[in-house]
Design a protein around this ligand. Structure first.
Ligand code: FES
Length: 122
């Protein structure tokens, strides 16, 4: 059973320009997404994270966006799909730390708030 809220369509953006495996990571992520057609896999050319290994990002329209590096093409496709499902299911639009796959803990580079986000920091 999918945890994804029906209103959310998560996207996994995988950099295919990263050397040593960007295409392979995209292929592995696409394979891991079989059975979850609500998750879109987008191949992109550079996420601006080039010095930090294989890179990908997770987002939904109304959630935070998460950028990861140091991913492994042979191992982390399923982690990206699991992360996309967790993000889409979270009521606050955040990627929960506790259940997050290990690769998405140690590989976190940045998180970016959703477009309509406001926060009172005073
Ligand atoms: S080439 Fe992959 S992040 Fe730049």
């Amino acid at each position: 059973m999918s945890l994804i809220k029906s209103s959310r369509k998560p996207s996994v953006l995988v950099c295919i320009s990263c050397r040593e495996g960007g295409e392979a990571l995209a292929d592995a992520t696409q394979s891991a997404a079989i059975g979850t057609p609500e998750i879109a896999i987008q191949r992109v050319r550079c996420l601006g994270n080039c010095s930090r290994g294989l890179s990908a990002a997770l987002r939904c329209e109304d959630t935070w966006t998460y950028v990861f590096g140091g991913l492994d093409a042979t191992r982390d496709g399923p982690a990206l799909i699991a992360g996309a499902s967790l993000l889409a299911a979270d009521k606050n639009g955040l990627l929960p730390w506790r259940d997050r796959p290990e690769a998405l803990k140690k590989g976190l580079i940045a998180r970016v708030p959703p477009l309509q986000f406001t926060e009172n920091c005073t």
